[in-house]
Structure formats: structure tokens, C-alpha cells
Design a binder for this molecule. Structure first.
Ligand code: NAD
Length: 292
């Protein structure tokens, strides 16, 4: 029989991901802060809990998908948290993108309660979550990875154990660096092409067939063409991730000269009130710098 699942955090990613588990036959009980997301889970055939403690009590596997380290700490620790209320022997799979150190500390604290932890952040965006084709980068013990793998296969396509606790988060930080720099390069090309009077759609189509082609260019093309910055992936979250990768790189002595500049552009968008927009809104930063 399939393990019983508790799912904490039903946002842009957590809602479609938990629904994919239900479709795969898992019994899922969810908890999140927005009532409409709980209603959506119930409509999809999931159970709804009134608290984290209630959600995790009978679960064999607890999955968390919340914004950042402070939220993971808030839901894991304390009298009402996962570690106090989940069964001994449960497996906690944190799929949020957080600092590697938070994942390492969580695994250590959980061990004292007999709870095993994997860090398992994802890439592929909302579309990847809906289509269950996410890339899932995992940190933790091999045996726990093997146990979680069938469940992760209901959510993603490329599922890799990267190393010990925190390794999944380190790889995700690298992912976010590459994505931000890639979006920035595409945004600069878009502004350059438009100012040059070239047909943008034709240009992006042919660019995508060559070495400049990328998942970013494919997935974000319509955002660029239509100036549609509905998230998707919010600038606020990418700002968080640029902080994670900048800190982690400094700790190991790796230089990120271009990443540091893009981190500043992401921060400036946020400071100008655009934190709630999709990260393709880096186009706005380039337009402002270009006098538009
Ligand atoms: P979101 O803001 O849409 O959803 C977060 C959810 O967490 C919300 O439903 C909120 O209610 C819940 N939450 C927050 N604090 C909580 C608490 N104390 N108790 C219970 N629930 C709580 O965010 P998202 O876009 O779904 O992203 C979630 C994580 O996944 C982030 O770490 C993000 O960086 C990462 N991620 C996002 C994307 C994307 O494209 N959106 C892609 C890959 C990874």
C-alpha cells in the first residue's frame, strides 16, 4: 500500500504537485494558510487539516512546499510543528528552496525525534509542476531517497540524489543562478531587438533553434512578447534565491561576478514594488536602464 502523505504549503507549486500525488493514488491530507487552496485540495479528493499537527499525525511521509527558510523553521519546530507531531519513523521531504544550512540543521534536529529528512527542491516552474515533469534535486541518505523515489516520480521526471543533506539545496541555488542570468541575457536581447526594429517573435523563434535557445527562452517567450508578468515565479522568491546562492558561494570562495550584478537588478525590481511579478519582469529593469 502507498504511504499516507501530509502536504504543507499549497501555493503556486504545492497545489498542482499535491494534486498529482492524489491522481497517482496517494491519500493526501493538506494544510496551508489560504482557505481557497484547502477547498481546491478537497475538490481534488484530498483531506483537509485544521493545523500542521493534525495534518502530520498519521502521515508516513510529510511533504513541505513553503516560500523560504523562516517558513520551513516555523512549520518544523515548536510545539505545533512537524517534528513534535509526526510519527517516529516518518520521512520529511522538504521541497521548498531554502538555505543549505537550514536543511542540514533540520535533518539533525529531526534525527533526535526519529524522523528522517530529505531536501528535495525542484525546478521546472508552475508548468513543470502541473505536467509532473519537474527536475528534483535531492540531498540526504540513499535509503531515504530510494524510499521517496516512487512518490517523487509522480511529481517529476529527472530525480537525482546529489549528495548528503543540503546538497539538493546547493544544486537548486546553482539552478537559480543560471536561470536568473539566462533571463537577464534574454531580457537584454529583447530590448536590443525591439529598439533595432526587428520583428521580435521571428527573432525569438530563430534564436531558439540555435545555441542561444533555452528553456527560459521557450517558457518565457510569451511573457516577453506580451509584457505579461503574472507569476509564475515571483521576483520576491528569486531575490531570496539570489541571496542564498551569493552567501553559499562566498562561504566556499566561489566568485559570481555576473550573478552578483543580476542579484542587484532583481533587488532593484523588488525595491521598486515589482516583487510580486514573475521573474521575466527583469525585462522591466533593462527597459528602465534603457530609458523606456
Ligand atoms: P507560494 O507563495 O505560491 O506558496 C507558498 C505556500 O506556502 C502558500 O500556500 C502558503 O500558504 C504556504 N505557507 C506559508 N507559510 C506557511 C505556514 N506557516 N504554514 C502553512 N503553510 C504556509 O510559493 P510557490 O511559488 O509555490 O513556491 C514554493 C517554494 O517552491 C519556494 O521555496 C519557491 O522558491 C520554490 N519554487 C517555486 C517555483 C515557481 O515557479 N513558483 C519553482 C521552483 C521552486
Amino acid at each position: 500500500t502507498l504511504p499516507k502523505v501530509a502536504w504543507i504549503g499549497l501555493g503556486i507549486m504545492g497545489s498542482p504537485m499535491s494534486e498529482n500525488l492524489i491522481k497517482a493514488g496517494y491519500q493526501v491530507t493538506g494544510f496551508t494558510l489560504e482557505q481557497e487552496k484547502l477547498d481546491r485540495l478537497a475538490a481534488a479528493g484530498g483531506g483537509v487539516a485544521g493545523s500542521i499537527a493534525e495534518a502530520v499525525r498519521d502521515a508516513d511521509v510529510v511533504v513541505t512546499m513553503v516560500p523560504a527558510s523562516p517558513q520551513v523553521e516555523a512549520i518544523a519546530y515548536g510545539p505545533d510543528g512537524i517534528l513534535e507531531n509526526a510519527k517516529s519513523g516518518a520521512l520529511l521531504v522538504d521541497m521548498s528552496s531554502i538555505t543549505p544550512q537550514t536543511s542540514v540543521d533540520l535533518a539533525k534536529a529531526a534525527k533526535d525525534k526519529g524522523i528522517r529528512v530529505l531536501d528535495a527542491p525542484v525546478s521546472g516552474g508552475e508548468a513543470g509542476a502541473i505536467e509532473a515533469v519537474l527536475s528534483i534535486m535531492v540531498g540526504g541518505e540513499q535509503a531515504d531517497f530510494d524510499e521517496a523515489k516512487p512518490l517523487l516520480e509522480a511529481l517529476g521526471k529527472t530525480i537525482v540524489l546529489c549528495g548528503p543533506h543540503g546538497s539538493g539545496q546547493t544544486v537548486k541555488a546553482a539552478n537559480q543562478l543560471i536561470v536568473a542570468v539566462n533571463i537577464q541575457a534574454c531580457a537584454e536581447a529583447v530590448v536590443f531587438l525591439e529598439k533595432s526594429g526587428v520583428d521580435l517573435k521571428a527573432a525569438l523563434d530563430v534564436l531558439n533553434g540555435g545555441l542561444a535557445g533555452s528553456t527560459v527562452l521557450t517558457r518565457k517567450k510569451d511573457n516577453f512578447l506580451g509584457r505579461d508578468f503574472k507569476p509564475g515565479f515571483r521576483i520576491d522568491l528569486h531575490h531570496k534565491d539570489m541571496g542564498i546562492v551569493t552567501d553559499a558561494a562566498r562561504n566556499v570562495g566561489a566568485a559570481l561576478p555576473v550573478g552578483a550584478v543580476v542579484a542587484q537588478l532583481v533587488a532593484s525590481l523588488r525595491a521598486q514594488g515589482d516583487g510580486g511579478l514573475d521573474h521575466s519582469a527583469l525585462l522591466r529593469a533593462v527597459e528602465r536602464l534603457s530609458g523606456d
